[in-house]
Design a binder for this molecule. Structure first.
Ligand code: AMP
Ligand code: MG
Length: 400
């Protein structure tokens, strides 16, 4: 174990190597938004299950315009007609209604002249005109959704159409968030001398939920070794993943690392060559992951995004990571850091088919307002001098 800062990439590999997928659970589709599928979803039967009309109109035999046809029944959505279409006949059909046997095609209501108990066709009707065939959307038995898929509105719609009432998904990771600092007060509380509001608690809790986690606890801790240790111990009991903010530096009131070591949490790295976010700590105990994030709010958000979010996603088996946007081009020159890769907060514009990225104002790690309106992190490799305007930079989307 070296005390030298490691690269962002190395730190992420270490995190993912220590991450294990969570067990699967079965939940009702109504509860599944944002969960990640653990098994396949196959179509239980053809979708649509029966041939049906794509229009409001009349089921008729194939034939020319100018026919007069007797209307002998009606097939409504949910109430099919058992009367077949025969020569010289028509059956009124609604959109989505099963088409009667003997139907050649459906002529739209707008294309007929309606008379008492009869219609006169104004256009010809060809085979299968305005007919939706059984299985056009899904064939019985085909795989509609694969494991690792995040369930959004479209996926839930497809699962329900496929016949699923419940889906097998990864259990949501349980996260405990502990914000250390004698100076912290709860949101809205009046501040005494030297005190500040705990903005990391709500931010980290929101980011964890956006990454699919269930927040089991979110609490403040004073800078006290015994309290820190017992809070970390109970956090390790109740959660799959612990996020600690502050207290991981080298000050006399930073008690997190000794407490974790006493609790048998193995340190896997401490310090990343990253700006902001250098003093990030990561360790594990019996499959539970512990992240010690720097207390500065911007550092906490950046390091959560870079290290905690991928761990939460991997725990849930998420396959595609939509937040990896690709490359953008710098709108302005940016000073490089000789020792650290920078994760700049930027806003992103599409210009001439390219993503143009502009730093989102001052970048100091205590400026919460520098996160407002930021779309992504842009990575500036370490080095001397400036990275010129127009340079390609890798981007990673920030959660909203
Ligand atoms: P630390 O990492 O504990 O040395 O804290 C670094 C800086 O972040 C200090 O200015 C802290 O006051 C500030 N800070 C720590 N925790 C929080 C928090 N939960 N919310 C807002 N600021 C914090
Ligand atoms: Mg502190």
């Amino acid at each position: 174990m070296t005390a030298d800062p490691i690269s962002i990439a190395e730190a992420r590999t270490t995190v993912l190597d220590a991450t294990r997928p969570l067990d699967a659970v079965t939940v009702a589709v109504e509860e599944a938004l944002g969960s990640v599928l653990a098994g396949e979803v196959r179509a239980a039967s053809d979708v649509p299950p029966f041939a049906c009309s794509a229009m409001d109109g009349y089921a008729v035999e194939v034939g020319p315009a100018g026919r007069t046809l007797e209307v002998v029944g009606e097939s409504r959505a949910g109430a099919p007609s058992d009367h077949p279409v025969r020569s010289g006949q028509a059956i009124r059909v609604s959109t989505g209604a099963a088409i009667p046997t003997g139907t050649g095609g459906v002529i739209r209501q707008e294309d007929v002249e309606e008379r008492a108990d009869a219609i006169r066709t104004g256009t010809p009707t060809s085979a299968s005109q305005n007919v939706r065939h059984a299985g056009e959307d899904m064939r019985a038995g085909t795989v509609v959704l694969t494991p690792g898929t995040m369930l959004g509105a479209a996926e839930l719609g497809a699962a329900v159409s496929a016949g699923a009432g419940a889906v097998t998904v990864a259990r949501r990771p349980r996260v405990a968030i502990l914000c250390t600092g004698d100076e912290l007060r709860a949101p809205g509380e009046p501040l005494g001398p030297g005190e500040i509001h705990n903005c990391n608690g709500p931010m980290l809790s929101s980011l964890a939920q956006r990454a699919g986690a269930q927040v089991a606890a979110c609490q403040r801790l004073p800078d006290d070794p015994a309290i820190t240790r017992s809070a970390l111990a109970s956090g390790l009991e109740q959660a799959d993943l612990l996020v600690i903010s502050g207290g991981v530096s080298v000050g006399p009131h930073d008690h997190v690392k000794p407490a974790l070591s006493a609790l048998g949490v193995e340190q896997l790295f401490w310090r990343v060559a990253l700006q902001p976010g250098r003093p990030t700590w990561f360790g594990a105990r019996e499959g539970k992951l512990v992240f010690g994030l720097p207390g500065n709010p911007v550092s906490a958000v950046v390091t959560f995004t870079l290290f905690v979010r991928p761990a939460l996603q991997a725990m849930q088996g998420l396959v595609s990571r939509a937040q990896l946007i690709s490359d953008g081009r710098l709108a302005v020159a940016v000073a490089r850091s000789p020792h650290r890769e920078q994760a700049l907060r930027v806003w992103v514009q599409r210009r001439d088919g390219e993503l143009t990225v502009t730093p989102n104002g001052p970048q100091a790690s205590h400026l919460v307002t520098s996160l407002l309106g930021a779309d992504a992190l842009a990575f500036i490799p370490q080095g001397e001098g400036e990275l010129p305007a127009g340079s390609a930079v890798a981007l990673e989307e920030l959660a909203d």
